[in-house]
Design a protein around this ligand. Sequence first.
Ligand code: ADP
Length: 624
Amino acid sequence: MKRKTSLISELMSAQRKRLVLLGGQSLALGAAIAGQAVLLAEAVERIFVQQAPLSSVVVILGSLLAVMAVRTLLSYGNGRIGLQMAASAKTEMRGKVLRKLAHASVPSALRGQTGGKVSVALDAVDEADSYFSQYMPRMMEAAVIPILILIVVFTLHMNSGIIMLVTAPFIPIFMVLVGLKTKNKSEEKFAQLAEFSGTFLDSLQGLVSLKLYGRAHRQQQEIERSSLGYRDATMDILRIAFTNTFMLESIVMLSIGIVALELALQLLVFKSLSFHTAFLILLLVPEFYSLLKNTGTAFHSGRTSMGAVRKVEEMLAETKEERAASDRGDGAGKTDGTGEIGRVEKADKADKADKADKAEKAEKAVKPGTAHLDLIRMPPSIELRDVRFRYAPDSFELAVGSVSFGPGEQIAIVGKSGSGKTTLLHLIAGLLKPIAGEVLVNGHSLAQYDEAAWFEHVSYITQHPYIFAGTFADNIAIGAGRDVSRAEIVQAAEAAGLAAVAAELEQGYDTFVGEGGRGLSGGEKQRLALARAFLKQPAIILFDEPTVGLDLHTERILQRSIAELAKKTTMITVAHRLYTIRHADRILFMDNGALLDYGRHDELLARLPQYAEMVHVQRKGGFA
Ligand code: ADP
C-alpha cells in the first residue's frame, strides 16, 4: 500500500495555522540567532580589541541579553507549538482508531489479538508524538534558519559561505544513508511490541487455565522470548541512533574545523579579514551546523514515528477494506466465507421509496433515529432463506434450509454440542453474515439494515456476559444505551431477580464489579445481562441458556424473568433445559450443521427419533 504518509498529511493539513505560525517563529528565531552573534561579536571587539571601557558597551550587552531572552522565548514557543500539534494529532488518531473499531463489524473487531490492538491504540499513537513535537518544529527551523545564516555569512565573507555550502549537504546525505539502513527497523520494533503486548495480555487473561493445565511455565518462556525479541529490536534501533549521532558529530566538528582554519589563515596569514567579521562568522558557524545536526536527530525520531503512524494507518486501512468489502454489494462477503457482517446502508432505492411511507410511521412507533430501519412490526418476524455459512473454506458448514418465525414466537434451538446452534444464533443476530442465502427481518434482508440500528433492537444474553469495570449500576445501565435514572436501574435489577444480590453487595448498586472490582458468579452475570435487557426492551432476544445447572432458586428467578421478557419479543434460545424446550413455540433440531427438523415438542417427539432420544437423555438428567 503506497499511502505511506496520507494519514500524516491529513493530520498536518488540519494544523495549517500552527504550521504557518511555526514558520513565522522560526524566521524570527533565525533573526535572533544572527542578532545575538552580531551583538556578541561587537561587544568582544570593543572590549578586547579596542580595549574600550565596559561602560561603553552597556547598551550592547543589554541588547544582547534582550535578544537572548527573545531567542529562548521563540525556541520555547516552537516547542510548545510542536507539543500542541502532537496533542491534537494524537487525539485525532486515537479518535480515528476508536471510531474504526467501534464501527467495524463485530467479528472483525474481535479478530486478532486484543493486546495488539491496545498497543496500536496506545503505544503506536504515543510513538507518533515525536513526529509532531520534534520532527516538524526542527524541520521547519532547519528549512528557514540555516538559509538565513548562510546569507549573513556570504555577505560577510564569501569563502566561509562556500565551505559551509559545500559541507552542509554531507549531513542530509549521511542521514539518507542511515535512513535507508534503518528503514524497516522501527516497523520491526512495533511488530515485536505488538506481539509482546498480545502474548502478555493473553497470558494474563488465561492465567487460571494456564495454571490448571500446567502451562504457566511454557507461557512464561513465551513471554520471555517475545520480551527479548522486543529488547533486541529496541537495542538495534538505539545502536543505530548512537552511531548516527556519533557520525553526525564528527562531520559537524570537521566542517567547523575547516571553516575555522580558513578564517585563521585569512586573519593571521593573509590579514584580509577583520577580527570582528572572523569572530562573527565563527559564532554563526556552530549554530548553522548544530541546526542541521538537530535535524538529523529529529529525522531519526521522525522515522520511528513514521513507523508507528504507518501501523495506525494499516489498522485503519484494514477496517476500511473490510467495510468496503462488505459494502460492495448485497453480499460481497458471500464469497470470502469469513462471515463478515455487512453494513449495507445503500438499500435498494426503489424499495426504500416504496417503504418511505411506512418507515415514517415506523419512526414514530420505533425509537427515534432509526427511520431507515424498516422494523415496522415489533417484535419482528424472522425468516431464514437457504442460509449457508462457513467459518473458513473446508471447515464446518452450516446449511439450514428455509424457515420462518412469526413475531413474538419463542424459538428453541437444540442439538448436540458442535451441531451449529451458536453459529445459527449468531447468523440470526447478524453477528455473522451468511455466505449464501439470507436472513430476512420483517421481509427485508438483514444486510439492508444499519448494523447499529439493528443492534438497538437486539439483546444477546450469552452464557458469559461481559462485565465492564465499573459499578454494579453502571453495568446494568449500559443496557439502555442512554442516561437512565437510578430508579429505572433498580427496577430492571428487580425484574431480573438481582435485588437480593445488590442488597448483599458491600456498597449496593455502587459496588465496583468487573476487572479490578468484585467478581460475580455465573448466575449473577446472566441476571445482570437480563437486567440490561429489561432496560433495553429489545424486540428480539437471543439467549444462550446456561449449560451448567444453577441452583433451583436462581433457576426459578431466571425462568420467571425470561418469561416476563419474552412476552413482548421474538425470543431465540439455544436451549439446554427441557423446560425451555417444551415451552417453545417451535424447536429447531440441529445436527451437524443441518437443520434436521423443526416443530413443536409433541410433533418432534412423534416423528424425530433423535429428538425423542435427546428428551429421554435429558429426562435422565444426562443431557447438557
Ligand atoms: P454449538 O453451539 O451447537 O455447540 P457451534 O455453533 O458453536 O456449535 O459450533 C459449530 C461448529 O463450528 C463447531 O465445529 C465449531 O468447532 C465450529 N466453530 C465455532 N466457532 C468457530 C469459529 N469462530 N471459527 C471456526 N470454527 C468455529
